[in-house]
Ligand binder design. Structure first.
Ligand SMILES: Cc1cc2nc3c(=O)[nH]c(=O)nc-3n(C[C@H](O)[C@H](O)[C@H](O)COP(=O)(O)OP(=O)(O)OC[C@H]3O[C@@H](n4cnc5c(N)ncnc54)[C@H](O)[C@@H]3O)c2cc1C
Length: 431
């Protein structure tokens, strides 16, 4: 009998648990450990922040659904991973021994890299908001309601070192739509401040026509932008930004005033994972081979935002490569097959496709991009806009939450999202 422990029950971890449970015989034990007792569908957090969703609609209690599938669950954070001893310690001192460990702990939100930034509840200075967690999105909504009584300038964007840009654009357009619906947009100048070298870079060196389409969308919606923006600190109502030129020299200093701000932070690996000797790169992301397997510990696999992926290209202000849902789904599928093969003494050679596919809501319309493979030149490289993306994103939310409740390992992206995008078949998976 083998004991497989999955740490982190997010977009990557829960599907991993279901898929591993489904593939492995009943003689093997599968356990999930997560810092909270609920799952949150992170892509819907921007909707929470403007009141288009309630918390209950996008969160799911984990224990009952895992129990139904015969998966053990601990709603505790892992504090220590003793990789040579194959042992975990949880916040209450419980220790768990594993034969295989799957790390899907997502990001540590590194607000402290920019003094003054980020919610106080997450150790930040309190002057900018985030939509990275449902708690943060709710905090934004609370401030937004006060803001609506006395509106003013808004700053939205991404901090130096951020590796997730789609949600920043998405949120800017969602907020714009919400303010227009309320007939308050004329009182709210919006500035988009980003570490990307140009609008539509997305951490991917651009995708298809993303530059001109997103610039055009921003112009049409009366948004200003600052690119190559190195935000250095935030004070109450002021964002201090050093703008670099394409060669990395200082081009201009800005002091951007705001009444409300949402800036996505740089990501790091979570502390318990980052502390394991030889497991991670200096930012705490798990170093894995092409089969999602740790380079240092052969019984550790990892998927999702917590894995190390090199940037697509070097940019004047550092930017990272985004890890999106389809990519994560493909990583998780590979891990389940690799653990099965390893247990059966076969070479564990399944690979995820790691292609970047994303649906970004824009409130009343949306934009989808597909970058296959991630690093140019690409076989598929397109960016399209339309109301159908807004609808596809709602469908994605519904299907994913249904999948979490049904405990199926159904590949949502391949089945629904790619079909909606007109991409029915990609390169063959190995298994
Ligand atoms: C605001 C936002 C919107 C996004 N929208 C999209 C989108 O529309 N489409 C798309 O494809 N991608 C989107 N992404 C990117 C990506 O899909 C998400 O970030 C996704 O949640 C990543 O999945 P994950 O499993 O790696 O991490 P998460 O979903 O963040 O899950 C990590 C889990 O690990 C747990 N954990 C962390 N540390 C510990 C510990 N020490 N012990 C135990 N548990 C721990 C956490 O509690 C959490 O449950 C978005 C990202 C953000 C931030």
């Amino acid at each position: 009998m083998a004991h497989i422990i999955i740490v982190g029950a997010g977009i990557g971890g829960l599907p991993a648990a279901y898929e591993i449970r489904e593939l492995l015989g009943k003689e093997h034990r599968v356990t999930v450990v997560n810092a909270t007792d609920y799952f949150q569908f992170v892509p819907s957090n921007p909707w929470i922040a403007v009141g288009w969703r309630e918390r209950e609609q996008i969160t799911v209690p984990i224990a009952p659904y895992l129990a139904r599938k015969g998966i053990d669950f601990f709603a505790k954070a892992v504090t220590t991973i003793d990789a040579p001893a194959n042992r975990l310690t949880l916040t209450d001192g419980t220790t768990l021994e594993y034969d295989y460990l799957v790390i899907t702990t997502g990001p540590k939100l590194s607000f402290s890299e920019v003094p003054g930034a980020g919610p106080v509840s997450s150790g930040g200075g309190g002057f900018t908001h985030s939509v990275c967690s449902v708690d943060h999105a709710q905090e934004f909504f609370a401030d937004y309601q006060k803001f609506l009584e006395n509106p003013g300038p808004v700053v939205i964007g991404a901090m130096p070192g951020a590796s997730c840009f789609g949600p920043a654009y998405e949120f800017a357009f969602i907020l714009d739509t919400d303010l227009r619906k309320r007939k308050l947009r004329h009182m709210v100048p919006i500035t988009y401040v980003t570490s990307e070298p140009y609008i539509g870079h997305l951490g991917l060196g651009g995708v298809g026509d993303s530059k001109s389409m997103l610039e055009s969308e921003m112009r049409n919606r009366d948004m200003k932008w600052i690119t190559n923006a190195k935000t250095t600190r935030v004070e109450d109502g002021k964002l201090f930004v050093t703008q670099l030129d394409d060669l990395g020299a200082v081009y201009k200093e800005h002091e951007v005033g705001f009444k409300l701000s949402m800036m996505l932070p740089a990501f790091k690996g979570v502390d318990a994972v980052a502390a394991v000797p030889n497991l991670c790169n200096p930012r705490g992301f798990v170093l894995i081979d092409e089969h999602q397997r740790s380079k240092a510990y052969r019984n550790i696999f990892s998927a999702g935002v917590c894995v190390a992926i090199p940037p697509v290209e070097t940019t004047p202000v550092p930017t990272g490569t985004p890890k999106t849902g389809y990519m994560i789904e493909s990583m998780v599928g590979a891990i389940a097959h690799n653990i099965l093969d390893d247990l059966n003494g076969r070479p564990a050679e399944a690979k995820g496709t790691w292609n970047a596919i994303c649906l970004a809501d824009m409130g009343d319309t949306g934009a989808a991009f597909v970058a296959l493979p991630q690093i140019p030149p690409r076989n598929v490289n397109w960016f399209k806009k339309g109301k159908w993306v807004h609808l596809a994103k709602i469908a994605f939310e519904k299907y994913f939450i249904r999948k979490i409740k049904n405990g199926t390992s159904e590949p949502i992206y391949e089945k629904y999202v790619l079909k909606a995008l007109g991409i029915v078949r990609l390169a063959d998976r190995k298994k």
